[in-house]
Design a protein around this ligand. Structure first.
Ligand code: C2E
Ligand code: CA
Ligand code: CA
Ligand code: CA
Length: 278
């Protein structure tokens, strides 16, 4: 969806009248959601395919709206990005994720935490300082924190992005490119970004068995990851067939409903316990 003049509300609904009402209300509620404690994080495990170990989790935000129930981040993150609220929300996300990471490390000292960072957050002039402050405040080891960025965040100004990524790497934070393969443009730049991980977009995984083209793309990304010396994660792994394909072709990690859906923290703890004893 595209912004249309000043009437940004058209993004959310073709029916202009209805969408105006709905989204002003939603935007208003979004302002208060942090202080009202309506956000929570769910955590989706990442599986290391060679050793069958859970090596990390991705933090995914949830908004429990008092009247409307759960609202998907696919709905409210774009709104938060438009209004600038995403900066405050991210601050909350990163702090909460770091606290949980610290807690996880008492029992699982090697587990990693992935967090998503939107474009507006990536462009904040004080991003690196904020990250530093949150890392110090929560006392986590930054080597176990990985920030996920999309190609569309990085590409419009690649040289700025490289500079910023280098600063984050100096803090020992890890970097992943999210939804990889959907942006088309990053290939020629890829080796210039100091990244640790490529996450293959789930659209390629979904069609893995039905379209031969997808299998070729996935194999090519896995090979490219190997030659660039970055880890490759397949997202949206839902079936045993997909899982086997990825394992057989040397993909490093898998994430998706086949392994686990995103879980509230307490359920994640139970999941990790059971996984260990299997
Ligand atoms: P994403 O970063 O690409 O996250 C992966 C999405 O795929 C998640 O949707 C996850 O629940 C879903 N998923 C996981 N496994 C499967 C599977 O096997 N099949 C399918 N079909 N889907 C699967 P979710 O949680 O609704 O998040 C949607 C998007 O919202 C995320 O996409 C990310 O771009 C954004 N988002 C989520 N949390 C945050 C956050 O804390 N900050 C920011 N800036 N964005 C966030
Ligand atoms: Ca992500
Ligand atoms: Ca993704
Ligand atoms: Ca996405």
């Amino acid at each position: 969806a595209k912004r249309k003049g000043k009437n940004r509300l058209e993004i959310y609904n073709q029916d202009e009248h209805e969408s105006n009402e709905v989204d002003f209300a939603l935007e208003n509620d979004l302002h208060k959601a942090i202080e009202r404690g309506e956000f929570s994080l769910h955590y989706q495990p990442l599986l290391h395919l060679r050793t069958n170990q859970i090596i990390g989790v991705e933090a995914l935000i949830r908004w429990n709206h008092p009247k409307r129930g759960l609202i998907s981040p696919a709905t409210f993150i774009p709104l938060a990005e438009e209004t600038g609220l995403v900066v405050a929300i991210s601050e909350w996300v990163i702090e909460e994720a770091c606290k949980r990471l610290k807690q996880l490390h008492t029992e699982y000292p090697r587990i990693k935490m992935n967090v998503n960072l939107s474009t507006l957050c990536f462009l904040q002039h004080d991003l690196v300082e904020s990250l530093e402050r949150l890392i110090q405040k929560t006392n986590v080891d930054p080597r176990y924190l990985e920030v996920e960025l999309t190609e569309s965040t990085l590409m419009p100004n690649a040289s700025f992005a490289i500079e910023r990524l280098v600063q984050m790497k100096q803090q020992q934070i890890k970097i992943a490119i999210d939804d990889f393969g959907t942006g088309f443009s990053a290939l020629s730049y890829l080796h210039r970004f100091p990244i640790d991980t490529l996450k293959i977009d789930k659209s390629f995984i979904r069609n893995l068995s039905s379209y031969r083209g997808e299998a070729a793309i996935v194999k090519a990304i896995i090979d490219m990851g190997r030659s660039l010396n970055v880890s490759v994660v397949a997202e949206g792994v839902e079936t045993e067939k997909q899982y086997k394909f990825l394992k057989d072709h040397g993909c490093d990690y898998a994430q998706g409903y086949y392994i686990s859906k995103p879980l509230p923290f307490e359920e994640l703890l139970l999941f990790l316990q059971e996984w260990e004893t299997e």
